[in-house]
Design a protein around this ligand. Structure first.
Ligand code: NAD
Length: 252
């Protein structure tokens, strides 16, 4: 099989968060295979940076400013002080809990990772990219939960956190556009990764698939391909968008 993303003419520099699993892992590996230089940040990464499968990997907690800055400093070292060309921020958590049972602590925990984490990662990227010559791109993982309610799996905190990600992407697109730094949000539907527990219950799974027009769930690599398109210069005029990758679920 051939990769649809040709290697860029000069090595481009990509930071991927959440690179330890699912969509982040697929994005980091696809990028490394197609000629990007990749730094992978994840809570499960090694304390001391090491290179695995062509990805320079290091531990990072996206909720913690000091940890995010230290992990970006590893990328700075890898690229001898050059800013990343692109950042794809996939680190996140899913929590399924009806609103009436959602406590303040539940809310803060989910928004702390999904919303605050997005700001801290994007800000670390933006500080570097807006000060550097040339274009840059930030891709933030939201969800179709940002634009649709889900009666089957009510998850108020998760959906609200992903709505915040879309708003953040739009704001950054406007703030950083003049410096040639684009920002877009990606809205996956049901993707088969360790996050998607519904795939383990055959009845619930059948019901979920029934609501997806193409009749199946997506793969992490299908999301990774969209992320890398938005990260690349091929998307040079795409800014401030929220792009679904959901087999048509949000259109149904
Ligand atoms: N899988 C889906 O169906 C789906 C649907 C819509 C949106 N998304 C979004 O896509 C993104 C990736 O999801 P996935 O399915 O690959 O999930 P996943 O659980 O497979 O991977 C998430 C990764 O994030 C990391 N992570 C969690 N908290 C972290 C923290 N505080 N700091 C650093 N890393 C942390 C985990 O260690 C893990 O490697 C998430 O933002 C998720 O909300 C996924």
């Amino acid at each position: 099989m051939t990769d649809t993303h040709a290697a860029p003419p000069h090595p481009q520099r990509l930071v991927v968060t959440g690179s330890g699993s699912g969509i982040g892992r697929a994005t980091a590996l696809l990028a490394a295979r197609t000629g990007w230089s990749v730094a992978g940040l994840d809570l499960t990464g090694p304390e001391r940076p090491c290179t695995r499968d062509g990805v320079r990997t290091v531990r990072c907690d996206v909720t913690d400013e000091t940890s995010v800055e230290a992990a970006f400093a590893v990328a700075d070292d890898l690229w001898e002080g050059m800013a990343p060309t692109a950042v794809v921020h996939c680190a996140g958590v899913y929590r399924f809990k009806p609103a009436v049972r959602t406590t303040a602590a539940d809310w803060d925990a989910v928004l702390g990772i999904n919303a605050r984490g997005s700001l801290l990662v994007a800000a670390a990227a933006g500080r570097r990219m807006t000060a550097a010559p040339g274009p840059g791109s930030v891709v933030l993982l939201s969800s179709i939960g940002a634009v649709r309610g889900d009666a089957g799996e009510p998850s108020a905190a998760y959906s609200a956190s992903k709505g915040a990600v879309v708003s953040l992407a739009r704001q950054l697109a406007v703030e950083w556009g003049p410096d040639e730094v684009r920002c877009n949000a990606v809205l996956p539907g049901v993707i088969d990764t360790p996050m998607t527990t519904v795939t383990q219950d055959p009845d619930a799974f059948r019901e979920v698939v029934r609501r997806i027009p193409v009749g199946r769930t997506g793969t992490a690599e299908e999301v990774a391909r969209l992320c890398l398109f938005l990260a690349s210069d091929a998307a040079s005029f795409v800014n401030g968008t929220a792009v679904p990758v959901d087999g048509g679920q949000s259109a149904a």
